[in-house]
Design a protein around this ligand. Structure first.
Ligand SMILES: [Zn+2]
Length: 79
C-alpha cells in the first residue's frame, strides 16, 4: 500500500481518500472518523462509540441516541 499521497482540497473543503486507503482501513461510506490536530498535522482515526460520562468504549448501552457504559449505568442507578 502507498503510505503517502497528495490530494487537493476541493472548493467545498473536501478531500478524497483513495479506494486503496479506504479498503486498507476498512472505511466505508457513512463511517465516522475522528480528526485530531497534532503538532505534525491532522490524524484521521476510526471513530468508536464511547460513554458520554467516562469515555469508555466497552459495554455500552444506548439511551436517546447516546452511549453510556455499564459502570456508569450502575453509578446512576445507585444515586
Ligand atoms: Zn461510562
Amino acid at each position: 500500500m502507498v503510505t503517502s499521497t497528495t490530494r487537493k482540497i476541493d472548493e467545498l473543503g473536501r478531500i478524497m481518500l483513495t479506494k486503496e486507503l479506504r479498503e486498507a482501513m476498512n472505511w466505508k461510506a457513512g463511517d465516522s472518523l475522528n480528526l485530531s490536530y497534532t503538532g505534525a498535522g491532522v490524524l484521521l482515526t476510526t471513530s468508536q462509540p464511547s460513554c458520554i460520562f467516562c469515555g469508555c468504549s466497552t459495554g455500552l448501552c444506548e439511551l436517546d441516541g447516546r452511549q453510556i457504559c455499564c459502570n456508569c449505568v450502575k453509578k446512576i442507578q445507585n444515586l
